[in-house]
Design a protein around this ligand. Structure first.
Ligand SMILES: Cc1cc2nc3c(=O)[nH]c(=O)nc-3n(C[C@H](O)[C@H](O)[C@H](O)COP(=O)(O)O)c2cc1C
Length: 349
């Protein structure tokens, strides 16, 4: 065999067989790829000097309920007790297991009285080492308090091998839901009672309206594992309930609440002025994408992760492969953000 009469160099065509078509693409696509200064994302300092291309290991780990998450991403509470719930929950839980994320189950109310839908929620086996939380609403907890049966919640958490319980606070949803419950006690009394009698980690969340500053102050002063915003600006449960009626009649109360960004500001202010006991946040509700999540985490002075519901639901409804490809892409993108972007906080650093 004759020896090749040249030494291969990095940019030779042999090493880079697409070079010619790439160069031609560059020329052809230039005029469709002009950006507008007003579209520049000015939330970050872009610092391209200080890292090689990152692996996912650059993403910081996060501890919640003594479990370690590989990324600050939370799959927010969704479903159970309906036709598709088992598959959706299994897909979500498997993705959490594969990528080291944490998740909240949808309302486990049905399991308080019967095991009929237990398998819809029985996902611990798919995420053995990540945080998994059961979920109940204020109305069910109030009922259990009146019946002096709060201990059944412990049994529920044990049956699901969950790390704790998420309490959802949803007065507007209950108000708009045709079969909704009305609370007799205030939600804070019910939550305080739960803190006193339930000796496992508790998270408190809304379902799409978020919390104002006085509510956040009270929550952050309790011994919770975390406060989950479930802020306004994404899935809107008041609208969902109103749209379940035959004739959708919009109600201006649908649109009240606080965005995740505003809630981060509230929490930063509260944490700077008060002694607080709860120090972890799940920033959720209308978090559009990984970059918004990264930005909001960076804005928060309290340790935080970001959560999404609808975005994950869309993909979990398709299949596990589609969901896992999406999560993988989110993590790769997030790694790039950690490598090259610094969140602009109020002062220039
Ligand atoms: C189909 C669906 C079902 C939900 N069910 C529950 C629930 O049972 N308990 C709960 O706390 N939140 C529930 N949520 C609210 C979500 O956890 C989340 O707070 C809300 O959707 C806002 O997040 P997003 O804007 O990323 O969707 C549900 C959301 C969706 C989309």
């Amino acid at each position: 065999m004759t020896k090749r009469p040249f030494i291969l160099k990095k940019h030779d065509m042999v090493d880079d067989p697409n070079a010619s078509s790439r160069k031609s693409d560059h020329i052809n696509l230039t005029f469709q790829s002009q950006t507008n200064k007003s579209n520049i994302d000015s939330r970050f300092y872009y610092e391209p000097l200080f890292q090689g291309h990152p692996s996912k290991d650059i993403i910081p780990k996060f501890e919640l309920a003594k479990k370690i998450m590989n990324a600050p991403i939370w799959i927010s509470s969704m479903t159970g007790g309906t036709q598709y719930a088992k598959k959706i929950n299994e897909n979500l839980a498997r993705a959490c297991g594969s990528f080291g994320l944490g998740m909240g189950l949808g309302s486990c109310r049905g399991l308080l009285e019967s095991n009929e839908h237990f398998e819809d929620f029985n996902v611990r086996k798919f995420l053995p080492n990540q945080p998994l939380f059961a979920n109940l609403g204020i109305a069910q907890l109030e009922k259990l308090i009146f019946q002096k049966k709060l201990n059944t919640v412990k049994d529920l958490v044990d049956r699901l091998s969950a790390d704790g319980l998420i309490i959802h606070v949803n007065p507007l949803q209950e108000y708009f839901q045709p079969e909704g419950d009305k609370f007799r006690m205030s939600p804070i009394q019910i939550i305080e009672e739960c803190c006193q009698y339930l000796n496992f980690p508790l998270i408190v969340k809304e379902v799409g309206h978020g919390f104002g500053p006085k509510s956040l102050l009270r929550l952050l002063q309790l011994p919770l594992e975390a406060v989950d915003f479930a802020a306004a600006g994404g899935t809107n449960f008041s609208s969902i309930e109103l749209k379940r009626l035959d004739n959708y009649n919009p109600n201006p109360l649908e649109l009240v609440g606080h965005s995740a960004e505003e809630m981060v500001e509230f929490c930063n202010f509260i944490a700077s002025k008060n002694n607080i006991t709860t120090k972890k946040l799940i920033i959720s509700g209308g978090v559009k994408d990984f970059l918004e999540g990264y930005y909001l985490i960076g804005q928060s002075t309290l340790p935080a992760i970001y959560g999404q519901a609808a975005n994950f639901l869309k993909l979990a409804l398709i299949d596990l492969d589609t969901l896992e490809k999406y999560v993988d892409a989110q993590l790769q993108n997030l790694a790039m953000a950690y490598a090259y972007l610094t969140v602009k906080t109020s002062k220039f650093e």
